[in-house]
Write a protein that binds this ligand. Sequence first.
Ligand code: SF4
Length: 184
Amino acid sequence: MLSAQTTDKAVNKVTPALFSRYPSPGALAEADVAEVAELLRAGGLGMFNQKGKNIVGLSRALVEVHRGEVPRSLDALVELPGVGRKTANVVLGVMWNIPEGVVVDTHVQRLSQRLGLTKEQTPEKIELALCALYPRDRWDALSHLLIFHGRRVCFAIRPACSACKASDLCPNAFRADDVGRKKR
Ligand code: SF4
């Protein structure tokens, strides 16, 4: 939830202070939203007001509805404030190892098109296409792999095709600049 429109690096910078000040859902549920937002702002996160409101609201719902535990189903997770299908699938895959879908972020969206895995454009349809192509026990690893490759090699602008180990297999190798990206 903290990573919307920001980097993991920025999130990782702020979480030690956040978790030290509020070490449990119960503590965060009782927190003052403005104080949490200030802590996020001081740590350099954007959208700090909305994110502060979201994580306090989420913690309250966890305490009130789920006894402070993170639920293990997609339906229950997406009922929580600020949690959409993508976040829910990350939690199910990474935390509980029971993914109910493939996480489709900007990297997965771009790479699945460049690699010719789908021609779909929306995250929902891309997810369905990837789920149909791969067995469930690969879904979590698949999204991590595509995200990692998107961050390190297959950049949105000027992908490093000459350094890419998948270039022999990639239908868009050396001409991928405009594939899988929003129209400029
Ligand atoms: S060959 Fe280029 S476009 Fe294809 S996956 Fe590798 S970096 Fe991306």
